[in-house]
Design a protein around this ligand. Structure first.
Ligand code: AMP
Ligand code: ZN
Length: 137
């Protein structure tokens, strides 16, 4: 897909209107149009990167600082009881918009949102094999 066709590029750069809660030179933070909970927001870098793999390191480090700032604002203004950060990469992970975005999902006690997964029961050998695979240079 060409960058010119990317909807989040257009939103991040102001060509398509959005409910913006924060903006600086590098990022725009918008409300998700299909929110999981009240206040669900997305951090969008203005420079196109498809996903975490493509995201420049400097942007990757600054995005979490911004998430922390937004988290504080959400706690103060929304009085949420918790917050999930979600960031999907690739179709297998549920990414539907191919421009990096970090979800900020405020959570409320008994909000009914189910983000749980079923827990596997790997053997010690299986855990060791994965551990070795991911630890090796
Ligand atoms: P993901 O599945 O991680 O790619 O998430 C895409 C998110 O973008 C979904 O939560 C959508 O509700 C949201 N979304 C899609 N289009 C728009 C839009 N034009 N404005 C705001 N949020 C959007
Ligand atoms: Zn884009």
């Amino acid at each position: 897909m060409k960058k010119e066709d990317c909807i989040f590029c257009k939103i991040a750069n102001g060509q398509i209107p959005s409910k913006t809660i924060y903006e600086d030179e590098e990022f725009r933070v918008i409300l998700d149009l299909g929110p999981a909970t009240k206040g669900h927001a997305l951090i969008l870098p203005k420079e196109h990167a498809k996903d975490l793999y493509e995201l420049p390191e400097e942007t990757a480090s600054r995005v979490l600082l911004l998430a922390k700032e937004m988290a504080g604002r959400m706690a103060e203004k929304l009085h949420c009881d918790g917050l999930n950060l979600v960031q999907n990469n690739g179709e297998a992970a549920g990414q539907t918009v191919l421009h990096f975005h970090l979800h900020l999902i405020p959570r409320y006690l008994n909000d009914g949102l189910d983000m749980k997964w079923t827990h596997g029961e790997p053997s010690q050998e299986e855990l060791e094999a994965v551990c070795e695979l991911l630890t090796k240079e």
